[in-house]
Design a protein around this ligand. Structure first.
Ligand code: NDP
Ligand code: HSE
Length: 408
């Protein structure tokens, strides 16, 4: 019997405790031994929970108990999750986490510490909720080279975009629904302003390269400025707006960034709705591989945590690639201003003639957008650097209502 502890008895931690209870036989088969949750650490008591008698408030009870082989950290945030994880690893306990903020910011040091202490620090649930994405890259694609990843990596924002488009409800109503369903972060601005997806694409880029980027080098753009006019424009261009995290190896470095993009209909990512996440992974030998599944929610995420619990306890994590990361050297992530994109642009407050004349002058070749409504001008640029795009936008007449990159 392997005794474990869960730190943070919320949406995900609560799911982990009940899944361990309900799937004992299957987990024992995979983990190589029966698994039992001995302690649940949380700030509150849960008198109505069937697990009320396991709830504790002193983390040292866990750290000082030699019976505890593994700690599940599902409390979120950096502090004190970092201190708790560090203490557990130093005490020779595996640590499994769903906390992508901690993994993105301190993953390299925690993985190194895990290695030094002969235990695992695993984080499958930190990206893509229930999608078996990280382990797949670390095992099935381990002998290949991942060159690019484009992903819908935030369930809350994808849920909001889908509900606004299909349910005709407001941004605030859709966000309230996502919070009610347990998808959103405690502070949902991390979802909305792209920081959650930023952390996830940083993690995926690190799984692909072994280097974790500095978050200051990873451009992240909010989706809060999107309007129904953007959804309509995307539809007329034959696609849909999605918040996309992108990683790509290029000749002059890697590009890693997050922003809302118009995804053309021929790309499967345009058809990923609701809380679902998806990642399109381009590997050198294998070619394109597509992952799809529930990106958030109690049981999908808890299932991913438990797959890590099993991998740690049965020792199979030792054969996975990229077990530890390095902090990325300066210049590893190329400057966003040097990234090349095509952009959809909508301008008001100037005549179509004026806007299109200026657009041709500053962007060169631009393409018209079918069905442009009265009162605005719309065009799509050709591929150019972000520096060129932003200089061009600032020299257009009228008001730039929207500038959305297109996923090619
Ligand atoms: P919740 O807020 O539902 O759960 C966190 C729990 O941890 C709460 O009960 C909280 O108590 C408790 N907690 C906070 N601080 C402490 C502390 N110092 N000591 C002990 N317990 C503490 O969050 P989620 O379950 O939704 O998310 C947990 C982590 O998993 C986050 O990192 C999140 O980003 C990640 N994640 C979440 C997913 C989801 O679908 N919800 C999916 C994938 C990852 P209190 O409420 O009193 O603060
Ligand atoms: N808030 C996150 C999301 C949870 O909506 O995707 C899953 O990581």
């Amino acid at each position: 019997m392997k005794e474990i502890a869960v730190i943070g008895f919320g949406v995900v931690g609560g799911g982990v405790v009940s899944l361990v209870d309900e799937n004992q036989e299957r987990i024992a088969q995979t983990a190589g031994d029966a698994v039992h949750v001995k302690y649940i650490l949380d700030l509150r008591d849960f008198p109505d929970s069937p697990y009320a008698d396991r709830v504790i408030h002193d983390v040292d009870t866990i750290m000082n108990d030699p019976e505890i082989a593994l700690v599940v950290e599902t409390m979120g945030g950096v502090h004190p999750a970092l201190e708790f994880s560090t203490a557990a690893l130093k005490a020779g306990k595996h640590v499994i986490t769903s906390n992508k903020e901690l993994v993105a910011k301190h993953g390299a040091e925690l993985m190194r510490l895990a290695d030094e202490n002969g235990v695992a620090y695993l984080y499958e649930a930190s990206v893509g909720g229930g999608i078996p994405l990280i382990r797949s890259i670390r095992t099935s694609l381990a002998t290949d080279r991942v060159d690019a990843i484009n992903g819908i990596l935030n369930g809350t924002t994808n849920y909001i975009l889908t509900r606004m488009r299909d349910g005709g409800i407001s941004f605030d109503e859709a966000l309230a629904e996502a919070q009610e369903l347990g998808y959103a972060e405690k502070d949902p601005s991390a979802d909305i302003h792209g920081f959650d997806a930023q952390r996830k694409i940083m993690i995926l880029a690190a799984v692909a390269t072994g280097y974790i980027a500095d978050e200051n080098d990873v451009y992240a753009e909010t989706m809060s400025k999107l309007t129904t006019a953007d959804m309509d424009a995307a539809k007329r261009l034959g696609g849909a707006v999605r918040l996309i995290g992108s990683f790509k190896r290029e000749a002059d470095g890697v590009s890693v960034f997050v922003c809302p993009r118009i995804v053309p209909g021929k790309n499967p990512l345009a058809h990923v709705d609701d809380v679902y996440n998806a990642a399109s992974v381009a590997a050198a030998l294998t070619g394109d591989v597509m992952y799809y599944g529930r990106g958030a929610g109690r049981y999908p995420t808890a299932g991913a945590v438990i797959s890590d619990v099993a991998a740690a306890l049965n020792g199979s994590y030792r054969t996975e690639s990229v077990r530890t990361w390095e902090n990325s050297p300066a210049g590893f992530v190329k400057k966003f201003a040097d990234s090349k994109n095509r952009m959809y642009v909508r301008v008001s407050g100037a005549s179509v003639q004026e806007v299109m004349d200026a657009a041709h002058l500053v962007f060169g070749d631009v393409a018209a957008v079918p069905g442009t409504p009265a009162g605005v001008s719309e065009f799509v640029t050709s591929l150019m650097t972000e520096r060129q795009l932003s200089e061009g936008l600032s020299s257009l007449p009228g008001k730039v209502e929207s500038a959305l990159r297109i996923l090619d």
